[in-house]
Design a protein around this ligand. Structure first.
Ligand SMILES: Nc1nc2c(ncn2[C@@H]2O[C@H](COP(=O)(O)OP(=O)(O)OP(=O)(O)O)[C@@H](O)[C@H]2O)c(=O)[nH]1
Ligand SMILES: [Mg+2]
Length: 414
């Protein structure tokens, strides 16, 4: 049976009511993605959450009445709760309580399919759990009067903590191995420039990926439909590059999740160009752009060149809105991945940017140097090979990023 849920949030000077409402809309979409049915929403005017109950006394009472009367299964809070706040709301309402990070983690857990995604999610979940156990433990030891008095509760929690710590170490080792495997796989495709689709969740990255390279990746109107990176070769008019679809971002993405998804996010970190996809039809488009840029910064990928793509223009009725976006983002490209509108402009921009990073060269090296020759074939596209006595001459196209290495390996003819 579908669980019912009531959503809770706060508004105040920093988050005015309409914005708080939009945040709850997003939380509702998250709840829906997790499989819950939202039956009510409660917003309270408060500058900051109550330190022990999140909501104020009156509102908590209101919530309690509601959950009792409606037999609600779940209370979902739009912020992250301290263990104390979670416990107190749970006690007052006799209902399961989830905070924003907990909900996002639950969704990731239910969606993870590949070994890598499963490992990454489990790691994030345990890391989310660990400090919460610790704080409960601290709380218990305070109750019992502290040092030296080890009640059974504490011993159990300590054992749990040790087990969790061990499991975390195992998962981290597994991820290192997986990331090494992926690095080996990547070696074979080094010659091509790499382009990564990035953006807020549900912006249309996977839909665009399917349109550009017929990747057959899953796209749907749910958050975090994509958890694994998919890489496909894109070939057109003599230019080849690799395009990857990646996991979407969201505001307040749990930090642990970003940390543990490092290897999936490598696709973004190692890209030469980012295609930043925005749902132009969303009232939150500007906010989403900011969140994506902040997250890119967090993973160390904020220095990449990007093409800003305003997708879903078919949803916009108001032409002024597009004009507005065009004015603030003159380099933006406007399209509809669903309807296939505006694709030509994107492909032109894409090729222009990708080609800019390629260099054509004539190089020469010793014919006996098999190792250097093999490496050259990995790093560059070879168009022509001529053997002249004990030397080899090659015509190659090299991505800018490999120029330095090619210069070391070979003699470059001007
Ligand atoms: N109207 C309209 N809908 C679109 C467009 N592009 C994508 N969508 C819809 O938006 C929803 C999300 O698309 P996805 O491609 O799954 O989005 P995503 O960015 O990959 O999302 P996640 O992987 O979940 O982060 C789907 O229901 C798409 O059909 C568009 O141009 N117009
Ligand atoms: Mg997707």
């Amino acid at each position: 049976m579908t669980e019912t849920a009531v959503l809770i949030g706060l508004y105040g000077p920093k988050t005015p009511k309409p914005l708080a409402e939009e945040h709850l809309d997003e939380l509702a979409l998250l709840a829906d993605t997790a499989g819950a049915r939202v039956t009510a929403r409660i917003l309270q005017a408060r500058e900051r959450p109550d330190i022990s109950t999140y909501l104020g006394k009156g509102k908590l009472e209101e919530l309690k009445k509601y959950t009792e009367a409606e037999k609600t299964d779940l209370v979902i809070v739009d912020d992250d709760l301290s263990p104390t706040q979670a416990r107190n709301i749970e006690k007052a309402t006799q209902t399961k309580v989830l905070d924003r990070s907990g909900l996002i983690l639950a969704i990731f857990a239910s969606r993870a399919k590949s070994a890598a995604a499963k490992t990454q999610v489990e790691l994030a979940q345990l890391e989310y759990l660990l400090p919460r156990l610790t704080r409960i433990w601290t709380h218990l030891s305070r109750q019992k009067g502290g040092i030296g008095t080890k009640g059974p509760g504490e011993t159990q929690i300590e054992t749990d903590r040790r087990l969790i710590g061990k499991r975390i170490a195992t998962l981290k080792e597994k991820l290192v191995k997986l990331s090494r495997q992926r690095a080996t796989q990547r070696k074979g495709r080094e010659a091509y420039p790499r382009v990564a689709l990035v953006g807020y969740t549900n912006a249309g990255k996977s839909t665009l990926m399917n349109l550009l390279v017929d990747a057959g990746v899953h796209a749907e109107n749910r958050l975090f439909a994509t958890l694994d990176a998919t890489v496909r070769r894109y070939e057109t008019a003599g230019t080849t590059f690799l395009l990857s679809d990646t996991v979407g971002f969201i505001r307040k993405l749990p930090h642990g999740l970003v940390e543990s998804f490092k290897s999936t996010l490598d696709e973004i970190r190692e890209a030469d160009l980012l295609l930043h996809v925005v749902d132009a039809g969303s009232d939150q488009a500007r906010d989403h752009i900011r969140v994506v840029r902040d997250t890119l910064k967090e993973i160390g990928a904020d220095d990449k060149p990007e093409i800003l793509i305003f997708n879903q223009v078919d949803k916009i009725d108001d032409p002024e809105r597009i004009a507005d976006l065009r004015e603030t983002h003159p380099d933006g490209i406007f399209l509809s991945a669903l309807r296939g509108i505006g694709l030509g402009t994107l492909e032109e921009a894409l090729l222009e940017r990708v080609r800019r990073t390629d260099v054509d060269l004539d190089v020469e090296l010793a014919a006996a140097d098999g190792k250097a020759l093999a490496r050259l074939h990995k790093l560059a596209e070879v168009h022509r090979t001529d053997y002249v006595e004990d030397r080899v001459r090659l015509q190659v196209t090299v991505p800018e990023k490999h120029l330095a290495e090619i210069r070391q390996l070979t003699h470059v003819h001007a």
